[in-house]
Design a protein. Structure first.
Length: 255
């Protein structure tokens, strides 16, 4: 099983923490997607729904969402927090049947866990012609550069980079980031756009470390190493920290 897939299936062990510490998505995201669509979105398919952080935003927008998630523990947590009217399916993107298409197919901080082989052909089969594909995420980080450097130094003996590398190797300084880079090359999608929703959050240092406990790079550490990283991180942070929680979104239209 590829390493990225293993990391993508690691979240079930921290499902409750994921629900508690991961921030939700702002209403501006729903407004962004609906404005891009240019017409009512009635049906949506979510890839890798997790505990439903994005699901509830689109459900509250009056969209009939089918939320899919490969991890049973994550899906169970989702079902605790969303109405029973939301259709839920346990299954990986690669295993979903292609006998239905939707006005919107979206993935919140989960697309990078899918298999790149045939990804866009399969995605195109799930989006109706003229419909919308959207991918978005919130790569949370400490807003204060000095605190960020201190936290990186604290974890360095056990963990260097704690993010997810760009799946296609796009450097971070490029104007168009993944998956927009792949969508631009896809024969099935057009009108590719990248947008950023600026957002800052304030939380306790302990809640920030709680968030880190749901990040795959930390989940994959040995338990003792992970505990030491969190202990040392807390030592260098004040009681309250400001977080850069901007949302980066990519949108495309099915040809």
């Amino acid at each position: 099983m590829p390493g990225m897939v293993v990391r993508g299936l690691s979240f079930g062990a921290v499902a409750e923490a994921y629900e508690r510490f991961r921030p939700g998505y702002p209403t501006e995201l729903l407004e962004l997607v609906t404005a891009y669509a240019g017409e009512p979105i009635r049906t949506a398919l979510e890839i890798g729904a997790g505990t439903g952080k994005a699901t509830r935003l689109f459900v509250e927008g009056g969209i009939a969402v089918t939320a899919t998630e490969p991890d049973a523990a994550m899906l169970s947590e989702l079902r605790k927090h969303l109405p029973s009217s939301v259709t839920t399916v346990q299954g990986a993107f690669e295993d979903l049947p292609l006998d239905s298409s939707y006005d919107l197919v979206y993935s919140a901080a989960a697309l990078h866990w899918t298999n790149p082989d045939g990804r866009w052909e399969r995605m195109a089969a799930l989006v109706r012609p003229g419909g919308v594909f959207a991918s978005f995420g919130v790569p949370i980080g400490l807003a204060d550069p000095g605190l960020d450097a201190a936290a990186r130094a604290a974890r360095a003996p056990w963990l260097g980079y704690d993010g997810v590398p760009s799946p296609d190797g796009t450097p971070e300084d490029r104007p168009m980031q993944w998956p927009g880079t792949e969508l631009l090359e896809s024969e099935w999608f057009t009108d590719v756009q990248q947008a950023t929703i600026e957002r800052r959050l304030t939380m306790s240092a302990r809640d920030y470390v709680g968030h880190l406990s749901t990040v795959s790079a930390y989940v994959m550490l040995a338990p003792d190493d992970r505990d030491e990283v969190f202990r040392r991180t807390l030592e260098v942070l004040p009681e309250t920290v400001e977080i850069n929680a901007e949302v980066t979104a990519h949108l495309a239209r099915r040809r």
